[in-house]
Write a protein that binds this ligand. Structure first.
Ligand code: HEC
Length: 99
C-alpha cells in the first residue's frame, strides 16, 4: 500500500509501511504508536490532548489517509499517510476492530 510522510511526497519503501511495524509493542520497548484495537479505537477518550472522541469507520479512514483524528487533531508526522481506496479502508477498519 503506497504511503508517504507529511510534507514529503516521496513514496515510503513498502517494508516500512506495515501497520504492525509501529503499532505493536515488543517485550523490551513500549510501542512507538497507539494500539490499533477494538477497545482503544472505539473507547471514548481524550487523544493527543484534544476533546473526548472515538473512532468510527469514517474517522479511522481519515486518520489513515489524511492524518487527522476524530477530534480534528493532526497526527504526528511519523504516522504515514496512505493512499488507500475507500472499500479497502473499510475492510481494514473491520479487520482492526473485528466487526
Ligand atoms: C512508521 C510508523 C507507523 C506506521 C507504519 C503506521 N503508523 Fe499509525 N501511527 C503512528 C504514530 C507514531 C501514531 C501516533 C500519532 C500521534 O499520536 O500523533 C499513529 C497513529 C495512528 C492512528 C490514530 C490512533 C489513535 O489512537 O488516535 C491510527 C488510526 C493509525 N495510526 C492507523 C494506522 C494504520 C491502519 C496503519 C497501517 C495501514 C498505520 N497506522 C501504520 C505510526 C505509524
Amino acid at each position: 500500500m503506497a504511503a508517504h510522510l507529511r510534507d514529503d511526497d516521496r513514496p515510503l519503501p513498502s517494508w516500512t509501511t506495515r501497520c504492525v511495524n509501529c503499532h505493536a509493542s515488543t517485550s523490551k520497548a513500549p510501542a512507538f504508536a497507539p494500539p490499533l484495537t477494538h477497545d482503544a479505537l472505539l473507547g471514548a477518550t481524550s487523544r493527543r490532548g484534544g476533546p473526548i472522541s472515538h473512532y468510527d469507520a469514517t474517522a479511522f479512514c481519515r486518520a489513515v489517509k489524511d492524518g487527522i483524528d476524530p477530534a480534528s487533531v493532526l497526527l504526528r508526522k511519523s504516522m504515514p499517510r496512505y493512499q488507500i481506496a475507500d472499500a479497502e479502508c473499510m475492510a481494514l477498519w473491520r479487520y482492526v476492530v473485528r466487526q
